[in-house]
Design a protein around this ligand. Structure first.
Ligand SMILES: [Zn+2]
Length: 169
């Protein structure tokens, strides 16, 4: 089922998600629907608060549905360590049309549970590292607008307000 993606400034986007404690069919259905929603929107990652579920769950697939081996589910993820810096353009399904360069760590190591509740660790660099940081930010209620410089944030806020007033947001 394709879920509705909430857009900025929906308040749920700025609230930390609740930790997941039950690894049941409801969670697995949410994960399945989140992948379907990501592919329908041609995204590479989606966090549960973006579909109105305030839970620490995110799905990532850099292949955009082409390679099942690249599907990643992170439940209750944490960044264990990070190093270096990268400065690349990012987008967000809750900010259609907005793309901006954001500073992120070059490499991260994360730990998370899968949809069965099993803990695992993973290292990532480049795009996957950036994606992990962007999605884990969502679970902490941090939107990428607040990772931009004040100047770029204000420019983008103005762009959003303009689209809102034109009814295109
Ligand atoms: Zn996002």
């Amino acid at each position: 089922m394709i879920l509705k993606i909430v857009k900025y400034p929906e308040p749920i986007l700025q609230q930390p998600g609740e930790p997941v404690t039950e690894f049941n069919d409801e969670l697995r259905k949410l994960v399945e629907d989140m992948f379907e929603t990501t592919y329908a929107s041609q995204g590479i990652g989606l966090a549960a608060p973006q579909v109105g579920a305030s839970k620490r769950v995110t799905v990532i697939d850099l292949s955009m549905g082409k390679d099942p081996a690249q599907k990643i589910v992170l439940v209750n993820p944490e960044i264990v360590s990070s190093e270096g810096k990268q400065y690349e353009e990012e987008g967000c399904l809750s900010f259609p049309e907005i793309r901006e360069k954001v500073v992120r760590a070059a490499k991260v190591s994360i730990r998370a549970q899968d949809e069965q509740g099993k803990w695992f660790e993973m290292d990532a660099d480049e795009l996957l590292s950036r994606c992990f940081q962007h999605e884990i930010d969502h679970l902490d209620g941090i939107i990428f607008l607040f990772r931009m410089s004040a100047l770029k944030r204000n420019l983008n806020l103005r762009k959003i307000r303009k689209m809102q007033s034109e009814g295109t947001w």
